[in-house]
Design a protein around this ligand. Structure first.
Ligand code: GLV
Ligand code: MN
Ligand code: MN
Length: 455
């Protein structure tokens, strides 16, 4: 068995504290931009090919790779892509199993009786998303296994690649779905949620070959994981603008979703005087602006979004009688989110009175913020530096399955740059060299942890 020492890790470089201009979180930066690249273990071309192939599942008709992807969790495209991935995993010698939440695991045995080092990401996308969000971490996890096989490296810990189900949560309104189930955070009632076609989540899971009655068994036993690692694109512009190759994630924001409905009275748009209307859309529009104002009302990096409106009846000559809109709030500090939400609710009450409508909001999903583990951050930084990459410590404004795994194990996340900070868009792009850099750091970090963790 080769150990990491045999790979000649160059450690001990000085860390300088240099906040990135215009970025409110403190960023810890280490400079090794000019260090020569050492030999790669992962294969960049093979990784690129796998990602290009994956992009075909859910590709919009008449477009190419640049056209992005719509591979929403629990869709036919998702189902087909999962089959493709399971094939790759088996070909890499992994023992594949699917849990009752649809999460795919591929196991590579260790040489000792130790808990699992788990790593992976997701392959579902948002509607009209890009080909890097989740895909990079998923395919890189498989590439790492192929590289370990090629280099005949055995690890002490068993390794498992995981592909989480429905991370984006576009379908069924529950983001981080698979990892939440694995962390034991979901009550079985979630299985009764219906999609727009009236199909329940339980029915979809049956289509994934699962028995919804066994949903609770998706829970990963506490103590069975030594660590969880996830490689992901940054989805923001910090690394790209600072020209840093590897991000070491400090923590992941909490994400809170509500569904709100403004109910007025649908009436004739020509005959109802302006002062006698109960216009649900006018109220929803004011509510969306109130969300923005309250989120901006205190300093910090918290964000709030109203991402759609569904207007009924939805005709030019009818005053809107009902409008559904979501509210999403995110921050690393859960108390701050609570405070802002309390203010937003007060504003909604006032708007409802003034517009003579009702506004009612129902909580849909709440995922708590999570910090990454200092020892895993150190390992990622050391692995990156040994490979000759520059690093920067930064927080994640996007949600990740890692935050649910933090309930079960120490977590670490590796970021690679997103060009222009564009994500959840077909224009999402990460240069192939950067994708491979991330995979190489994942490879080296796994081996470092295998050497260091004794549980
Ligand atoms: C997941 O990508 C999220 O942050 O919404
Ligand atoms: Mn995403
Ligand atoms: Mn993602």
């Amino acid at each position: 068995m080769k150990t990491l020492r045999q790979y000649g890790m160059a450690l001990g470089l000085a860390i300088s504290l240099a906040p990135h201009p215009g970025y409110p979180f403190p960023c810890v930066r280490s400079g090794v931009e000019d260090a020569p690249r050492r030999g790669f273990h992962v294969n960049q071309e093979r990784l690129r090919e796998a990602l290009e192939k994956l992009s075909e599942f859910g590709r919009p008709a008449g477009t190419g790779f640049e056209g992005g992807v719509t591979r929403v969790g629990f869709s036919e495209a998702d189902l087909a892509a999962r089959e493709y991935l399971m094939g790759l995993m088996r070909a890499a010698g992994l023992e594949v199993r699917v849990d009752p939440a649809g999460n795919i695991f591929g196991r590579r045995a260790g040489t000792e009786n130790l808990p699992v080092i788990l790593f992976g990401s997701h392959i579902d996308s948002v509607p009209r998303g890009g080909n890097f969000d989740g895909d990079v971490g998923s395919m890189a996890a498989i590439e790492v296994v192929r590289a370990l096989n090629e280099h005949r490296v055995r690890t002490r810990h068993p390794l498992e690649v995981v592909i989480w189900t429905n991370e984006e949560g576009h379908h069924f309104g529950k983001g981080l779905f698979g990892s939440s189930a694995a962390a034991g955070l979901l009550a079985p009632e979630v299985l009764e949620r219906r999609d727009e076609e009236g199909r329940t989540l339980a029915e979809w899971l049956r289509g994934y070959g699962q028995d919804p009655a066994r949903f609770g068994e998706a829970r990963i036993k506490p103590g069975s994981l030594a660590a969880y690692l996830e490689l992901h694109i940054e989805q923001g512009a910090v690394l790209d603008e600072a020209k840093i190759q590897i991000g070491v994630v400090q923590g992941i924001v909490g994400i809170n979703w509500w569904t709100c409905v403004a109910t007025g009275f649908a009436n004739h748009a020509g005959t109802t005087p302006m002062n006698r209307r109960q216009d649900a859309l006018a109220a929803a529009a004011r509510a969306a602006l109130a969300v923005r104002e309250e989120v901006r009302a205190e300093p910090g990096r918290q964000v709030g979004t109203v991402g759609y409106v569904k207007v009924e009846p939805g005709a030019r000559n009818i005053i809107p009688g009902r409008v559904e809109f979501p509210v999403e709030l995110r921050d690393l500090d859960a108390a701050k989110v609570e405070r802002i939400w309390a203010r937003i609710q007060k504003r909604f009450e006032q708007i409802a009175r003034e517009e003579n409508v009702r506004i009612e909001c129902t909580p849909l999903s709440s995922d708590t913020p999570a910090l990454t583990d200092p020892a895993l951050r150190d390992a990622i930084r050391e692995a990156a530096r040994a490979a000759g990459f520059s690093t920067l410590d930064l927080p994640s404004g996007a949600g990740h399955d890692a935050q649910q795994m933090a309930k079960l194990a120490p977590i670490g996340m590796i970021f690679v740059p997103s060009r222009g900070g564009v994500s959840h868009s077909p224009r999402e792009f990460t240069p192939w060299e950067d994708v491979a850099n991330g995979a190489e750091v994942l490879y080296r970090t796994i081996l470092l942890l295998d050497e260091r963790l004794n549980r």
